[in-house]
Structures are given as C-alpha cells and as structure tokens.
Design a protein around this ligand. Structure first.
Ligand code: 5GP
Length: 191
C-alpha cells in the first residue's frame, strides 16, 4: 500500500448529553440516511423495546454475557445508566472502523464519554443539549416509554449531566433533529 492509498485517518466522534435530549434520535437519522458513517452498536442488559432489533439498535445480552465482556476486555467503556441496566461499547468494531478510515460515531452516556476521553483523548467530544430545561422535561415526559419512577430517576441524572457541557469540545443545541444531525455530520467531515 502506498502513502496515497492509505485511508485518511478518521477521528472518532463521541456524542453525549443529558437523557432525553434526543441523542438516540439524532443517531437514528444518521444511521438511516448516512450509511457512510459507522455507528457503534452498544451491548446492553436492558430488554429490547418494541421495534428494536438485536444487532441494529443494541446487542441485547444477559448479565452473564456482559460480565464476560468486561472480564475479557471486550468493552472500550461501559456504565450503569439510570441506576438500571448496563451499557457498553464493544472495542473491536470501533478499532476496525477507525483502521478502515470510516467516520465513526459513539452515542453514549456521560460516564462512558469520560472513559473514552481517558483512553482516546484525540476523539472529538460533542455535547448535545436541549434548547432549555423545560423542553428537556417536556421531551422526557412526552416519550411516555418510562414509568413515573424511571422518569424521576432520569430527570435527576439529566440535571447533573447538563452541567458537564464544559468538559466537551463542542456543543450542539438540539432544536430540531435534522438540523442537529446536519451539524454533527459537518463536524465528522475530514478536515
Ligand atoms: P436507552 O435505554 O434509552 O436506549 O439509552 C439510555 C442511555 O444509555 C442513553 O443515554 C444512551 O446514550 C446510553 N448508552 C447507550 N449505549 C451506551 C454505551 O455503549 N455506553 C454508555 N456508557 N452509555 C450508553
């Protein structure tokens, strides 16, 4: 392989932000409309929601399998999210995507983003934020997929998470999903 044939080095982009800000929705738009972007599929111990496909939205795994992934060093990062289930990023596929020069995106929670920052500080850390706190609450309640108790738990996390913006390289305000996805794609283009 000559110097010229080598794929341009691609930078890992980590998208994080408070719960219910719409990270998943932004990632879904990119997944559906921008197949050139490689998006990490996380492993999780939570059960699938209706419409979610194993291997597409998440790898739905047992607690035992998740323990094994941790023990074998298979995860780039992992965290317990909303005091409920465990979520983690399989390491191998991220390394393969970067080696192949593909733009790569991780959509993870703040604890996970901090772990990636410790091990891959050269990544670009993007904070997705709501237009306002009221809007964040409205989105969280509007989604209607969580119980009252779960919602309270997520709101408590969101308050703490909003304060983390300063740890990130850049912030995108999620006024509208396509606009936010467009801004993210612009950041992902090779410079
Ligand atoms: P949900 O259960 O609604 O799909 O996701 C809950 C939260 O888990 C979201 O904030 C999402 O960003 C986070 N999450 C999804 N995958 C991962 C992952 O691989 N690692 C970490 N740390 N968080 C994740």
């Amino acid at each position: 392989m000559t110097e010229q044939d080598k794929p341009a080095p691609s930078r890992l982009v980590v998208l994080a932000g408070p719960t219910a800000v719409g990270k998943g929705t932004v990632a879904n738009v990119i997944r559906e409309e921008h197949p050139e972007v490689w998006i990490s599929v996380s492993a999780t111990t939570r059960p699938a929601r209706p419409g979610e496909i194993d291997g597409v939205h998440y790898w739905f795994v047992s607690d035992e399998r998740f323990d094994e992934m941790i023990a074998e060093g298979e995860l780039l990062e992992w965290a317990v999210v909303h005091s409920a289930a465990r979520y983690g990023t399989p390491r191998g596929p991220v390394e393969e995507a970067l080696a192949a020069g593909r733009p790569a995106l991780l959509e993870i929670d703040l604890q996970g983003a901090r772990q990636v920052k410790a091990s891959m500080p050269e990544a670009l850390f993007v904070f997705l934020k709501p237009p306002s706190w009221e809007e964040l609450v409205r989105r969280l309640v509007g989604r209607g997929t969580e119980s009252e108790e779960e919602r309270e738990r997520r709101l408590a996390s969101a308050r703490v998470e909003l304060a983390a913006e300063s740890e990130f390289d850049v912030a995108i305000v999620n006024h509208e999903v396509r606009e936010a996805a467009g801004q993210l794609l612009t950041l992902m283009r090779p410079v």
